[in-house]
Design a protein around this ligand. Structure first.
Ligand SMILES: Nc1ncnc2c1ncn2[C@@H]1O[C@H](COP(=O)(O)OP(=O)(O)OP(=O)(O)O)[C@@H](O)[C@H]1O
Ligand SMILES: [Mg+2]
Length: 570
């Protein structure tokens, strides 16, 4: 305990108790002591549970999927808004079995569910619909119709609730009765588009007074929600088609193992799978079956997130996959086929940036909710020691190490290939120079190509020119050629010295290309001035390197001349 809390204990009780007394006295005026304090409930409930808009809207999609909808639309409305860009209403529309009026009323209530104790589907608490709706806006309406009957609706407005509009004569807060209703125009328009032969049953949740949107434009909302839902529901897409703003949401497997899913075959790179594992969780006391866990593994080639495969996925060189690599980085947890969390920490290891190229998915059945610490909002897991131990015994830590090794090996091979190109392939320095500092290839004609260009506008050549400069740069058409002079001491003592290596040579080539660029650009204006400088540098460098060599050979003593080096003074 700190000093501060000690002094608080001594001096702070009085005022706190006084504040409590004042609050309770004021509450005496209440006619009823219901379990919740309405104003406080409204204040607090809005902030409970959801990491973002996507997670909240997903609750409504969960409900639609559980109602056997084969199409779900997330759409935006702009009624009364001055801008056509920022939505003021949001609706989730499904064609599931719908609800009878009395159930609509229950669905609006916190805790209202017909799925109590059910672990087969996505929902079980009776909180999803109202909690997610109020986390987005201050008013929501549930419209629903079962086949062969009319549309009914119940609205709940938090401002009205706070003003006492739902409080009855004895002080209870009562959810309004369902009434016959018609859908707002923006929902009707989408229904006409999506169901040309009519919408016969289903549910529409409309959220108004949207004061909690994370993106200020429909475009931003659509792109981000689509990406999230594409991954969240990728395993449930045989059953349900998802649309955001009337655009089909492509399913994305964050392990990139499912053929025909979006981004799986974006280019020639493919994810590599390890064998999946099925684990049966059993009660440690009586060995009774509790539920199943399925592990999937993949590792990705180092160029998986890159457009130009020769370079890392940074800045403009990141392809569409890269956002998924970043967002689903760590252990991906999936509950009854629906992604609910991603975590980078395990008891044995923490995922770092480099681990973006290894993927692990832990799919568990909702029967194991307690063991996975699933919360009411179902957006989060807190894995219990029992489950970690089970995962360890079934080889998860070992598999993570093996996946890492695969990526390490692949990176080493990629590096070798870059440093020792094959016949007719570009050197790494030539490729590096071919891309301007903005990340865009220097020659516009090559920017269109996603693969490595066959001919770079930069080339390295070795020439033997006695008494020539240590390098010269030549412009031949649109190609800039760096000639390295093997007759100059620079070549043997620096570029190709015993301590040099492929990486160092590539760096020197880039250095000289850069000097060469400036020289050529200067010489365009002041004829030959730059090249003349190189000749002076070369003479000075030859003399200095000669002196350096003589110092080094003296230092290393007489007996070391049998090292295969060239005789001095050649
Ligand atoms: N789109 C829908 N179609 C048909 N019935 C629905 C729909 N959405 C909700 N319901 C009904 O309303 C009830 C309440 O939904 P809500 O999301 O609040 O709870 P839940 O899905 O049962 O549990 P959870 O809190 O885990 O989501 C559901 O049990 C279901 O009976
Ligand atoms: Mg639900």
């Amino acid at each position: 305990m700190s000093d501060r809390s000690h002094s608080m204990r001594g001096a702070g009780f009085g005022p706190v108790l006084a504040a409590q007394r004042a609050y309770a006295q004021q509450a005496e005026g209440r006619s009823k002591f219901g379990l919740v304090v309405p104003e406080a409930f409204i204040r607090g409930i809005r902030d409970l549970g959801y990491r973002g808009n996507g997670d909240a809207i997903a609750e409504l999609i969960d409900n639609a999927i559980q109602a056997y909808a084969d199409r779900v639309d997330v759409v935006f409305g702009y009624a009364g808004s001055s801008s056509g860009k920022k939505p003021v209403q949001l609706a989730v529309i499904d064609n599931g079995h719908g609800m009878e009026p009395s159930m609509i009323r229950m669905a609006v209530m916190w805790g209202g569910t017909h799925r109590e104790g059910d672990r087969k589907g996505l929902g079980r608490y009776g909180y999803g619909l109202p909690c997610s709706s109020v986390s987005l806006g201050r008013r929501f309406t549930v419209y629903s119709q079962v086949a062969g009957s009319g549309l009914h609706a119940v609205s709940l407005d938090l401002d009205d609730l706070a003003a006492g509009a739902y409080t009855d004569t004895v002080g209870d807060i009562v959810v309004p009765k369902p009434v016959q209703a018609s859908l707002p125009p923006f929902v009707q328009q989408q229904l006409a588009r999506a169901y040309p032969s009519g919408w016969h049953c289903g549910t529409v949740v409309v959220i108004d007074k949207l004061d909690r949107l994370e993106w200020s434009t429909a475009h931003g909302l659509r792109e981000n929600l689509s990406r999230q839902f594409g991954a969240t529901y990728h395993k449930l897409r045989n059953e349900t088609a998802l649309y955001v703003d009337d655009r089909f949401v492509e399913p994305v497997d964050p392990l990139f193992l499912t053929p025909h899913f979006h981004l799986h075959a974006l280019d020639d790179d493919r994810a590599n799978a390890f064998d999946p594992i099925r684990i049966e969780a059993r009660n440690p006391e009586n060995r009774s079956y509790m539920g199943a866990i399925n592990l999937r593994y993949s590792w990705l080639p180092p160029s998986f997130g890159s457009i130009d495969k020769g370079r890392d996925a940074v800045g403009l060189n990141a392809n569409e996959r890269f956002a998924i690599l970043k967002e689903y980085h760590g252990l991906v947890f999936s509950r009854n086929g629906r992604l609910i969390d991603v975590q980078t920490r395990t008891p044995w290891t923490t995922f770092i940036n480099n681990d973006r190229y290894i993927k692990v998915e832990i799919e568990f059945s909702a029967a194991l909710d307690e063991a996975f610490g699933v919360t009411t909002s179902k957006q989060q897991v807190t894995v219990s020691p029992f489950i970690w131990d089970l995962l360890r015994r079934h080889g998860l830590p070992k598999a993570i190490e093996q996946l890492r090794n695969k990526v390490r090996e692949a990176k080493a091979i990629r590096r070798m290939v870059a440093l020792w190109p094959g016949e007719g392939e570009q050197r790494v320095s030539e490729r590096a120079m071919g891309v301007a500092s903005t990340g865009v290839p220097r020659e516009a004609s090559q920017s269109a190509s996603r693969t490595r260009p066959a001919l770079s506008p930069y080339q390295v050549r070795i020439e033997h020119a006695a008494k020539g400069p240590f390098f010269r740069i030549e412009e031949a058409g649109d190609v800039r050629i760096l000639h390295l002079n093997s007759a100059h001491r620079f070549y043997d003592q620096i570029y190709d010295a015993p301590a040099s290596n492929a990486e160092f040579r590539a760096a020197l080539e880039v250095l000289l290309f850069s000097l060469g660029d400036v020289i050529l650009d200067c010489d365009g204006e002041s004829d030959g001035f730059g090249q003349a400088h190189v000749i002076s540098w070369s003479a000075r460098l030859e003399a200095a390197l000669s002196m350096l060599a003589s110092h080094l050979s003296q230092d290393s003593g007489q007996g070391e001349e049998d090292d295969g080096g060239e005789p001095e003074g050649g």
